[in-house]
Design a protein around this ligand. Structure first.
Ligand code: CTP
Length: 397
């Protein structure tokens, strides 16, 4: 269902980035009321925004067309989240002190929904203790800040002040909008491939992109969990708000996970861990000699199996199984052998499933159920998986 949000745009050169953000959020099915400060209209026009949202953009508090309602109160009451993006030092200062002198600041004060502020300004304006104090005032009232990125700023200075990337802004929005049933729970997720070194140049790996594991970690964080993501090497943008431990080999992943697994409530192992590693890692580059080469491999420890053997009563353990045949049979064997609460099984050969895709087609297998899910985005599937795991946890209580 469409979520209704407010985006407030203020007078910063980064206002042009709000156009792309709004365009993308509209495509993601958000209903958006946009409020602009007078200064914002010097950078971009209300018409531009209105053409994207297909609804009126408000600037003046007294622009009251509908006598039956008071616009800033009405818009605020309907919003499920309020995001000021970009937020200038001036608007941050005003809302920190409860000033309500334009449509944006009036609606901000009138709204009771979760609020996000994404500042963008000159580095010295941002670092000024006055701005920092105003930010702290707002943080203390529960406003979620998306800190600016570092880089070359429009003014020519280099440092922190660039509007945070769009993916961070959307992550923050999804976080404040989500319910928090996992509050107080610790969730560990493994993701991505492992790299098993042969020599200083080469390694053995697999095609895992890490997308599924990252989606699960993000969804668990959005649902309120304290998430630790143990990630093999991936090209995915790192979620800015989640604890990530980067590892390379299966052995490092085993050591990292087992050193913190006792403290976790949910263990969700989506990583494609290399089953074998070269027995000896050559210190020097291996030179080619003969027509063929024999590489001596030894087995890696199975992290999921280990966690199953050491599972605490309250813990929920979820593994993944990627098969090319006998999907259900193999996954059921894995569920039992590795003492899991659930296996997320998929067939690599089914269209829409696989490593690099943004979608997946899976079967969720628990001790007493087998559920085939339709094709869906990895993001939606992540929430489905967590919902099922929460049910498994309920069964234990
Ligand atoms: N896994 C693990 N440690 C390993 C290997 C796999 O934790 N050394 C986990 C994966 O993260 C995944 C599940 O085990 O959750 C995959 O099960 P597995 O039996 O290893 O699947 P395959 O590697 O496909 O094994 P097989 O070749 O026997 O089908």
């Amino acid at each position: 269902m469409s979520k209704r949000i407010i985006i407030g745009i203020t007078g910063s050169i980064a206002a042009f980035k709000a156009i792309q953000l709004i365009s993308d959020l509209v495509k993601m099915n958000y209903t958006i009321d946009v409020l602009m400060s007078e200064s914002a209209t010097k950078f971009i026009t209300p018409l531009c925004i209105q053409s994207l949202t297909k609804s009126k953009v408000y600037v003046d508090t007294f622009d009251e067309e509908e006598p039956a309602t008071i616009t800033h109160v009405d818009i605020a009451a309907k919003a499920e989240a309020f995001m000021i993006v970009p937020a200038s030092a001036n608007t941050i200062a005003k809302v920190a002190y409860g000033m309500a002198d334009n449509m944006l600041t009036c609606a901000f004060l009138a709204s009771t929904c979760p609020k996000i502020i994404a500042p963008a300004m000159n580095i010295h304006m941002y670092q000024n203790p006055i701005t920092q104090r105003n930010i702290q005032i707002l943080k203390d009232t529960g406003v979620y800040f998306v800190e600016p990125d570092e880089g070359l700023l429009a003014c020519g200075d280099v440092g922190q002040g660039k509007l945070a990337s769009e993916s961070k802004l959307i992550d923050a929005l999804e976080y404040v909008l989500a319910p928090k049933p996992l509050l107080g729970k610790k969730v560990l997720v493994s993701a991505g491939p492992t790299q098993e070194a042969m020599d200083p140049v080469r390694y053995i790996t697999n095609h895992s992109s890490g997308k599924m594991g990252y989606a699960v970690a993000k969804a668990a964080y959005n649902l309120g969990a304290d998430v630790t993501l143990v990630s093999g090497p991936t090209y995915i943008e790192k979620p800015f708000n989640i604890k990530i431990i980067n590892v390379m080999s299966a052995l490092q992943m085993f050591e990292t996970i087992t050193s913190i697994s006792d403290k976790q409530d949910y263990l969700i192992l989506a990583a494609a861990v290399g089953d074998y590693r070269p027995k000896n890692i050559s210190n020097e580059k291996i030179k080619k000699n003969d027509d063929h080469m024999i590489l001596d491999l030894e087995k890696n420890k199975d992290i999921l199996y280990y966690l199953g053997q050491h599972k605490k009563d309250h813990q929920i353990l979820c593994g993944f199984a990627m098969e090319t045949n006998h999907l259900i049979e193999n996954a059921k064997t894995k569920l039992e052998k590795k003492n899991c609460d659930m296996i997320v099984a998929n067939n690599l050969k089914v269209e829409g499933a696989g490593f690099e895709t943004n979608t997946n087609v899976v079967t969720l297998i628990t001790k007493d159920s087998i559920e085939n899910l339709d094709i869906m985005s990895k993001k939606d599937l992540a929430y489905e998986i967590l919902e099922r795991l929460m049910k498994e946890e309920d069964k234990k209580c």
